[in-house]
Ligand binder design. Structure first.
Ligand code: PLP
Ligand code: COI
Length: 341
C-alpha cells in the first residue's frame, strides 16, 4: 500500500483528516453492527446530551509501524476496559470490549496509508470516543449514543520533542475526591482548559495538579501521569484515586522492574519531597515519556539534576525500552502487542 505524501518527521500533535473512521450507534437499547465511513462530520440535534450536559468520554492510543514492517497497536484491551469504566461512570452504555478491539483493527487497516513509516518519529493516533446523541433537556442520561474512532497521524505532543519541560504547580483543581478524575470524561479536559491557557500565558509548558483536598500531594498533569526517579535509581509514581490510570505508566512500572531490574514504588508523593528526586517525567500515550526539567511552586523553583537539555539517564532507559517494545525492536510481554497486519 502506498503511503500518503506527508512530511512525517515534521508532524506535530494535531488533527489531520484521514480517509476513514469507525462509527456505531446505540438505539433502542442495543449497539448496531458498526461500520467504516468516509464522513468526518456529525450532524446532531441542538439538544443532544453531549451538547447540553457533556455526556462524553474518550480514549487515546497509537498504531505503530514496527521495524519488520508490521502495523501494531499497544495494549488496546486496556483502552477498551478503561472506556467501559468511563461509560459506566457517565451512565452511558458500554461499547463491548471485544468489539472495541475489532473496531480499532478495522479502522487502522482502512487507514493503512496514513500509518507513519518505521523510524519517522510519527505514529497514527487513534481517538475512540462516545457521546449522548439524542435530545435531553432535563438532567438525565441520553437514550441514544454514538461511538466513533478517528485516526490522525501525529508527532510529539510537546513542541521541541524531548527537550525538558517547565511546569507550574496549578492553583486550579483538575479532579475532586469521588469525582471523575479516574475516568477519561471530556468534562475533565474542559475544566482544565483555563488552567492550561493560563499556564501557557505565563510561559509554562504544563500544569502539575495537586490533590484538591489537601493540596499537598502530586496528582498528574492535564494529559499525563508523573514518574519520578530517586537519587538511588528507584522509580516512584503517585498513587491516587483521582488520577487517570495511565496505561503507559502501568506498562512502565513493568518495564522498570522486569526489563531494567529497577525498584518501583507506587505511593502517595508529597509536593514537599519533589525537590529530592533526581529525575521527573510525564508519561502517557501522547506524551510517551516527556522529561521535566523544572517545576515552579509559587515562586519556589525545583530544578532536577537531570537539567534542561536532556532526559535523565533512567528516564532515557525507560523511554528506549518502552518505545523499543512498541516498535518491535524489543520483545514485548505476552499480550501487549496487537498485530493489525
Ligand atoms: N492522565 C491524563 C489526564 C490523560 O489524559 C492521559 C492520556 O490518556 C494520561 C494520564 C495517560 O494515560 P495513557 O498512558 O493511558 O495514555
Ligand atoms: C492521550 O495521551 O492519549 C491523551 O488523551 C492525552 C491528551 C492528548 C488529552
Amino acid at each position: 500500500m502506498e503511503k500518503k505524501n506527508i512530511d512525517w518527521g515534521n508532524l506535530g500533535f494535531g488533527y489531520v483528516q484521514t480517509d476513514y473512521r469507525y462509527v456505531s450507534n446505540f438505539k433502542n437499547g442495543a449497539w448496531d453492527d458498526g461500520e467504516i465511513t468516509t464522513d468526518a462530520n456529525i450532524v446532531l440535534n441542538e439538544c443532544a446530551g453531549v451538547l447540553q450536559y457533556a455526556q462524553t468520554a474518550f480514549e487515546g492510543m497509537k498504531a505503530y509501524t514496527t521495524e519488520d514492517g508490521h502495523i501494531v497497536v499497544f495494549r488496546p484491551d486496556l483502552n477498551a476496559s478503561r472506556m467501559a469504566d468511563s461509560a459506566r461512570r457517565l451512565e452511558m452504555p458500554v461499547f463491548p470490549e471485544e468489539k472495541f478491539i475489532e473496531a480499532v483493527t478495522e479502522v487502522v487497516k482502512a487507514n493503512e496509508a496514513w500509518v507513519p513509516p518505521y523510524g519517522s518519529g510519527a505514529t497514527l493516533y487513534l481517538r475512540p470516543y462516545m457521546f449522548g446523541s439524542n435530545p435531553v433537556i432535563g438532567v438525565k442520561p441520553a437514550d441514544e449514543y454514538q461511538f466513533r474512532i478517528l485516526c490522525t497521524p501525529v508527532g510529539p505532543y510537546f513542541k521541541g520533542g524531548v527537550k525538558p519541560l517547565t511546569l507550574k504547580v496549578s492553583d486550579f483543581d483538575r479532579a475532586a475526591p469521588c469525582g471523575t478524575g479516574n475516568i477519561k470524561a471530556g468534562l475533565n479536559y474542559a475544566m482544565s482548559l483555563h488552567a492550561i491557557v493560563t499556564a501557557h500565558h505565563e510561559g509554562y509548558d504544563e500544569n502539575m495538579y495537586l490533590d484538591s483536598k489537601t493540596r499537598t500531594k502530586v496528582e498528574e498533569t492535564g494529559g499525563a501521569n508523573f514518574l519520578f526517579v530517586t537519587k538511588d535509581g528507584k522509580v516512584v509514581t503517585p498513587k491516587s484515586d483521582t488520577i487517570l490510570p495511565s496505561i503507559t505508566r502501568r506498562s512502565l512500572l513493568v518495564v522498570a522492574k522486569e526489563y531494567l531490574g529497577l525498584e518501583v514504588e507506587e505511593r502517595e508523593v508529597y509536593i514537599d519531597e519533589v525537590k529530592d528526586f533526581a529525575e521527573c517525567g510525564l508519561c502517557g500515550t501522547a506524551a510517551v515519556i516527556s522529561p521535566v526539567g523544572k517545576i515552579v511552586n509559587h515562586g519556589e523553583e525545583i530544578c532536577f539534576p537531570s537539567g534542561m537539555t536532556e532526559m535523565g539517564p533512567v528516564t532515557k532507559k525507560l523511554y528506549d525500552t518502552l518505545t523499543g517494545i512498541q516498535m518491535g525492536r524489543i520483545e514485548a510481554p505476552e499480550g501487549w502487542i496487537h498485530v493489525i497486519k
